[in-house]
Design a protein around this ligand. Structure first.
Ligand code: GLY
Length: 355
């Protein structure tokens, strides 16, 4: 059984978060050192665990520490965990909440752009273990998702840019007006920019659109066996780029940056698998390339296509010697392709990385 969480998007809600939480016998706060200073008053004696920011915290050992802290705090099933932070905090918090006492309620408060448009919506929880990303996890829907667009003001520009790649992904799936709005969004990371207010309003409306599209797909397919898999667009390639970077203990590639590269590969694979009739139209890959460049996102990588394909073998959705990959042909024209041979993946990668 799953139920749709209550979604609230409001500028400034982080300041009075304790008052917005559902009633519970006890609350436990999970956050990280970057986000803790953004929290307002009213937390009183609520126990908290503050993580070291970054992907390296998304570990089995860290999960153990959180579970021990929940036990020590005496949280039972009438308690709740509140995870305030980026994807690392909400993925870990959701997983801990699903395991503690066989499952307690939790509230997701995503503060990064990737978290607000993707990671915190849909109840996927995870830690990294072994060769891949998110190899261990559960489905455990939060009771509430509370989104404060003002939190994005405190993000380093690079993290905002990385979030744009996730927005592009959702907008590509949705097509229509969300695609038009996300495609039109121009980066603005200069606080003194006179267009700042207009930018923030446009960004907020794109965040809301992406959030709604994602939640609608999750409602149709909470356990990721049908249409929700469209949200893996750019991720099968992206996770491989990310895993290779992680194996080198290299924090140089953010999740959203890897997804941006993955989108280019998914578009290229789309044109290889289902070529278009010759047309004057700009190719989707070119449009994506322009968008990623304008948001200062990487367009290429030093990785070798063979290594990337090898890393793709540890993807959770792989079946036998072929792969299930989401391809894009144009905005709104996105499909799940089964049994894609590795030769084609390598061909798409080689083409993208040598453009
Ligand atoms: N991040 C893709 C999903 O939640 O299904």
């Amino acid at each position: 059984m799953t139920s749709t969480p209550s979604l609230t998007l409001r500028a400034g809600l982080l300041a009075d978060l304790p008052a917005l939480l559902p009633a519970a016998a006890a609350t436990f706060l999970l956050t990280d050192r970057h986000v803790e200073p953004l929290l307002g008053q009213g937390w009183g004696e609520i126990p908290r665990l503050v993580l070291v920011p970054g992907e390296s915290s998304k570990s089995w050992a860290q999960l153990g520490d959180i579970l021990r802290a929940l036990d020590l705090a005496g949280l039972n099933r009438d308690g709740q965990l509140v995870a305030v932070g980026g994807g690392v905090v909400t993925d870990l918090g959701g997983l801990a909440a699903s395991l503690h006492r066989r499952g307690i309620p939790w509230v997701a408060v995503p503060t990064s752009l990737v978290g607000q448009v993707d990671a915190a919506i849909g109840g996927k929880t995870a830690v990294n273990l072994g060769s891949g990303k998110n190899t261990i996890g559960t489905f455990h829907q939060p009771t509430n998702v509370l989104v404060d667009p003002q939190a994005l003001r405190t993000l380093a520009p690079r993290h905002v840019h990385a979030g744009y790649a996730e927005m592009l992904k959702t907008a590509l799936i949705a097509g229509d007006s969300l695609w038009q709005s996300v495609r039109a969004l121009q980066a603005c990371t200069d606080e003194s920019d006179s267009n700042r207010e207009v930018y923030e309003a446009a960004l907020c409306s794109c965040v809301e659109g992406c959030l709604e599209v994602k939640q609608a797909l999750v409602d149709r397919d909470p356990f990721d066996r049908g249409p929700r898999r469209l949200l893996n667009l750019g991720h099968t390639f992206g996770h491989a780029f990310e895993s290779l970077a992680l194996q080198r203990s290299d924090d140089e590639l953010l999740h959203g940056e890897a997804v941006g590269l993955g989108l280019l590969c998914a578009a290229r694979l789309g044109s290889l698998l289902r070529p278009r009739e010759l047309s004057d139209q700009e190719s989707l890959e070119d449009i994506l390339r322009e968008r990623l460049a304008s948001w200062h996102l990487p367009l290429t990588s030093m990785e070798v296509p063979e290594d990337i394909v090898r890393a793709m073998r540890s993807d959770k959705k792989r079946q036998g010697d072929t792969h299930t990959v989401v391809i894009a042909r144009s905005a709104g024209e996105v499909s799940i392709e089964e049994k894609v041979p590795e030769e084609l993946l390598e061909q798409a990668l080689t083409a993208v990385l040598s453009t």
